[in-house]
Design a binder for this molecule. Structure first.
Ligand code: PLP
Length: 385
């Protein structure tokens, strides 16, 4: 008996579609509508007083809800608008014209992170990109080999967006710390579907957002910085909210806040944070360990069904090395995806990968059969044209 199925009632879109796209946009919780109403009620009735009555603290109070999901301590997570800003805030903490100034990253990292790393070359950094031989996984041994005494930062994704392969964060973090480097992990494709404990792993920085597995919608990215590092980090991507006393409006260079607010910049996205809360609460209530157990079973089943149908699977076979997504490649996968969308089967297509399919805690087993059957119907119909 799958008790998580009960949660389907809380996600209206599940009644009307086969929703297998939580790696891209998690379903909206019913309660999110009330939270958005709450936001407009507070704004319209409390006006400017809303800042003192909760809005000012939201980057941290909402951040704590994410912190519970990823194992961070209270106040260690602050909310940003997206990963791009959060990663740029981190890289702006370092002087790239000074040794050590090498950045180790992986070709399978999300594009935003790669673009930001390559941007650092203009500031004097050297970038080492570890390639994937199979286009699906990044060999841990190659990552460890690339991390040496010249390395300042190692930037990786916990789960690769193209294939759903999982990085060995423990090995990478241990190696980085051994040579005096710091580790930035993008948790976007793991938090909410794969247990992660940033403190236990000793990760220095983590970033992510709420659009996907956290069912929190756009505009609510997050940044974790290990508390022990706060004093030594001064981001140049900054703003008045990062000041120790923002309302003294001091001239001159910034005096950074002694709290996690030192990693903020300007006015935060208040409506985005209202929208995101319900998703975090639901994930915390169910527990990521329980979500992972179901996810492993359903992704396993999906792979089995795909192989029986004769499709190529571009995600790792070992359940422990795989995140919440199964990538299936078929002829003309982009066109097949468009037809699936038209038929209310919500999945997506990525070049060099295939059709990304993601069961989440609200997925019924029969939906796995439905999607594979539908792909087969479309592929067979196109082949006979
Ligand atoms: C691993 C990963 N990081 C980051 C992002 C998005 O970055 P941003 O929040 O800057 O839009 C995505 C997907 O959209 C992703 O899969």
């Amino acid at each position: 008996m799958d008790e998580m199925i009960e949660w389907r009632r809380e996600f209206p879109i599940l009644d009307k579609t086969v929703y297998l796209i939580s790696h891209s946009l998690g379903a909206m919780p019913r309660k999110t509508r009330d939270r958005m109403m709450e936001y407009s009620d507070v704004w319209s009735t409390r006006g400017i007083r809303a800042w003192e009555e909760g809005w000012w603290e939201m980057p941290s109070t909402v951040g704590d809800l994410v912190g519970r999901i990823i194992g961070a301590g209270s106040g260690e997570v602050v909310m940003h608008q997206n990963v791009s800003i959060a990663q740029s805030t981190i890289t702006s903490c370092f002087n790239w014209s000074k040794q050590p100034n090498k950045v180790v990253t992986e070709a399978l990292n999300f594009t935003t992170n790669l673009y930001i790393c390559h941007g650092l070359e203009k500031l004097g950094a050297t970038i080492s990109v570890v390639r994937s031989e199979d286009g699906m996984t990044t060999p841990t041994s190659q990552m460890l080999k690339a991390i040496d005494r010249d390395t300042r930062l190692v930037v990786v994704s916990h789960v690769a967006f193209l294939s759903s392969s999982v990085q060995d964060l423990k090995a990478i973090t241990d190696r980085a710390h051994e040579v005096g480097a710091m580790v930035v992990v993008d948790l976007y494709q793991s938090a909410g579907t794969l247990p992660v404990d940033v403190r236990e792993l000793g990760i220095d920085f983590a970033t992510g957002g709420s659009v996907k597995w956290l069912c929190g919608g756009p505009g609510a990215g997050y940044l974790y910085v290990r508390r022990e590092l706060w004093n030594q980090l001064e981001p140049t991507l900054t703003g008045w909210m990062a000041h120790e006393e923002p309302f003294s409006f001091e001239e001159g260079a910034i005096r950074y806040a002694s709290t996690g607010y030192r990693f903020l910049n300007g006015t935060p996205n208040i409506p985005g944070m209202y929208a995101a809360r319900s998703g975090y609460e639901i994930i915390n209530q169910i527990g990521v360990g329980n979500i992972r157990r179901k996810s492993m079973a359903q992704t396993e089943k999906l792979i089995q069904l795909a192989e029986e149908a004769g499709f190529k699977v571009n995600s790792p076979r070992d359940p422990a090395a795989r995140g919440g997504t199964v990538v299936i490649d078929v002829p003309e996968a982009d066109r097949v995806t468009k037809e699936l969308l038209r038929r209310d089967f919500l999945v997506d297509f990525r070049p060099r990968a295939g059709i990304r399919i993601s069961p989440h805690f609200y997925t019924k087993d029969e939906e796995l059969e439905l999607i594979v059957r539908e792909i087969k119907k479309i592929v067979d119909a196109r082949a006979s044209l």
